[in-house]
Design a binder for this molecule. Sequence first.
Ligand code: HEM
Length: 400
Amino acid sequence: MPRSDDHDTIPDPQTLPLHRLGFEPSCPPRPVELPDGSRAWRVSRYADVRKVLSDPRFGRARLQDPGATPLAGQAGLVASSDLMFNQDGEDHLRLRRTLSRAFTPRAVARWRPWIASIVEQRLDALADTGSPADLVAGFTLPLPVEVISRLMGLDDTARERLAHWSQYAFSDGSHTEEEMEPVLEEFAAFGAELLDERRRAPGDDLTSMVVREADDEGGIPEQQLIDLVCGLVVGGHDSTMTMLNNVLLYLLGERQECWARLGSDEQAAEAAAERLLHAIPLGDDWGTARHAATDTEVGGVVIPAGSVVMADCGAANRDPDVFPPGPLDDLFAPLESPTLSFGAGPHYCLGAWLARLELQLSLHRLAARFPGLRLECPADPVVWRQGTTFRSARHIAVVW
Ligand code: HEM
């Protein structure tokens, strides 16, 4: 992890809350050494990151070629060459078309009422549990699990398995291959069965939409559809839970003075959600990787063909040519330019508008319902769950 920190002593970054991570300053593209000793190019200025993520000469598929890059050896669903995220060009678009209509800002806005009612149900359950409570078990995990389950049409058994599958799909490398294999097989079998069920009896859920659109499109390998569905169910809840956890640790730990306004002013909560998403990363990774197909100029520097390129969205979100310093100083000020937290270009996060909506509603309604919410033991160290691209608190003990 190449990040510097602006504190006097540099604590182990793996335990530092995500809002305290420092970022290397944005600079022209430059060669760096990855933790395993292999070479890559780091790209960190706003315009350069946008270029790398949008230019088709920088692809994902070649990263998975056996032996081609150090990233090819990664385990879990994230490294599957059948995953939409690891496809380029027409193969990628063909898969993305099966779902893209469902996730437009307008389509997602229509989900607001039922997502808001799930938020309220979770808050009722939290109130029934009583203070003290674990915010992760009581709110930040069940909320996105229920939302993605309803969207994808999952039954109760699948819901209960989601967190378990996620741990292996996004393994941090601590699981052996023997441990991973049976779980990932079980997960893929679940995906295959879900697709079969919806082929036989379509409903109004997104899995049925994938099946319908894929059949119309024709020629999409079944394994790619399985990985698409599995990727959505785990990616769709784990990332949102991580974001909620990281944001709530920050707000409850360091920004109590903003809590009342988040609860009383829905528009202010929306502005704050965007700023928090922008400034607090999901994890401590080096950025999102691409593979350069040809020699390509980025920001005045030629990146040679065959290079692995790490696009550091976190650093680019702090590029002083685009954003003033202190991104969280005024939590309610509109963002100066579009955030890169959801990436850019053809792989721009499919769930960005859903994640935004879940964060906005959660902040506003949680603060309105629990005006006195605070961390039970603010000085206690956080116990982290480490994934491939994220780091998330296992528990957040709160009182009110
Ligand atoms: C705060 C929450 C989230 C963050 C910060 C986030 C971030 C990202 C980023 C940065 C990318 C692009 C990576 C790249 O280009 O290399 C991405 C892609 C993706 N995200 Fe998210 N995401 C979030 C939530 C979600 C949710 C809720 C879903 C699903 C409902 C989702 C589904 C996807 C998918 C399917 C892709 C791959 C798109 C493609 O390859 O075309 N994400 N996400």
